[in-house]
Design a protein. Structure first.
Length: 95
């Protein structure tokens, strides 16, 4: 099996709403689109739309790269990841 190394997109300049940050955080924690829709009381198509928007916004080829870039940039919080200098309340998601 051949593995390719991908360059992560730069998500530092990206602004996301609190609603999208909530969806992206749950996706980053491994929830499926259906699980996120149920947990956030959203339509599954809305969750899928947010995921598509995330890939388009970051220019990533897949959701994992896009979500990882957001975590590294401090846009969303993942409980298993510690980013130096990042405080849990330091996300800059807009209202």
């Amino acid at each position: 099996m051949l593995f390719r190394s991908a360059v992560l997109p730069d998500a530092n300049g990206i602004k996301i709403t609190r609603q999208r940050a909530e969806v992206f955080t749950l996706l980053a924690r491994g929830m499926s689109a259906a699980q996120v829709a149920t947990a956030t009381f959203r339509n599954i198509e809305t969750v899928k739309s947010h995921a598509h928007y995330l890939r388009k916004l970051t220019g990533a080829h897949d959701a994992t790269s896009a979500l990882t870039a957001l975590i590294i940039a401090g846009k969303i919080i993942h409980p298993a990841v510690t980013v130096p200098g990042q405080d849990e309340d330091d996300t800059d998601a807009a209202e």
